[in-house]
Design a binder for this molecule. Sequence first.
Ligand code: SF4
Length: 381
Amino acid sequence: MHTPISIDPDTGRSWRPRFDSKTLVHEERMLQAACYVVCAYLTGMRDCEVQAMRSGCLSLSRSTDGIIDRHRVRAVAYKGKQSQGEPAEWVTIAPVAEAIRVLEQLSADGAAVRGSDTLWPVLDTVRARKVHVSAEIVRQLNDYRDHLNILFGTEDRPVVPPGSSGRPWRITTRQFRRTIAWYIANRPFGTIAGMIQYKHASVAAFEGYAGSSRSGFRAEVEAERKLGQLDDIFRYFDERRTGTQLSGPASARIGLALDTANAEVGPLPAMIADRNRLRTLLVSLARTLHVGILADCFFDPSTALCLKNATETPQSAPLTALCQPTRCSNACITKSHRAAWECAASDARNLLREKRLSDLQRIALRQDLDRIQAVLDDLNP
Ligand code: SF4
């Protein structure tokens, strides 16, 4: 209770008043919920698998030069409606390891009192009869949502956005696995908490049990990919109707496909156009769509420039890390890519200020800047 309270960098003041015996119990319960979110979200584990974690479940492996290269979590995998699980190992990223270390400290007393080594004991050892948080975690997660809204939001602007009805979003344990599957499938380059890329989380997850076909996670990622592709093509369609400009070599082809679909569904305003009919019209185009940082790819393997030097054939997906967005006929650039192009232009300008550049380097940079500027001009007619 005498722990110094850290300063909130946004306000310059203590992030909360001092603890007392009541608020400490509440804050511990909220910390347990926060750790649950980190573990469930970043590993893609099911609720029963997260709650099977025990003290000592984390192991680290190091490369020959001593750097940690894998964080492994041992727990029990449950598939379908099986009540009997089997031991399994998930590979994960550092924030999950950190959350497990916090849980080990947090759960030590509550678990020891009941002779258990679970990481998820009910923390209130005085009043609670149950050993394990089990289904109570749902109530705890929703209390945590309210706790964050009170601490960091206002009545009008909660930090956890409300549901479509305007009421507080009801959190369930299932949502974490589905959401990470959606991000891995559709926005792998997006960031979590401003620093970790979903790509990192997915590379780690696919190395462990989550990547095995028994876990079902790959199938969920694929299902989310199909849903995300349809959402993205609807976004293209709606933006086209409002006159948003497309750029890049594929823009004419994609613009024509969208205009043809538009003519078929008729003059209804975009929001009430028959989405089922639209889905039928656009589904094959949607299947080729891969969202990227500098351009979206409407993938056609026969013309894909990124596959020209690929050794594995046939390739069923684009190699987006080798994308040539101004040259490949599959690339389509929209306003959602503008920030990345502006950033590239500013990098090129900064490099050009360097006095020690050779003439050839300077020419190459200028050409690059011209190419970037042409894309930006195209997006800002
Ligand atoms: S080069 Fe880019 S646009 Fe072309 S196929 Fe590859 S990822 Fe898609």
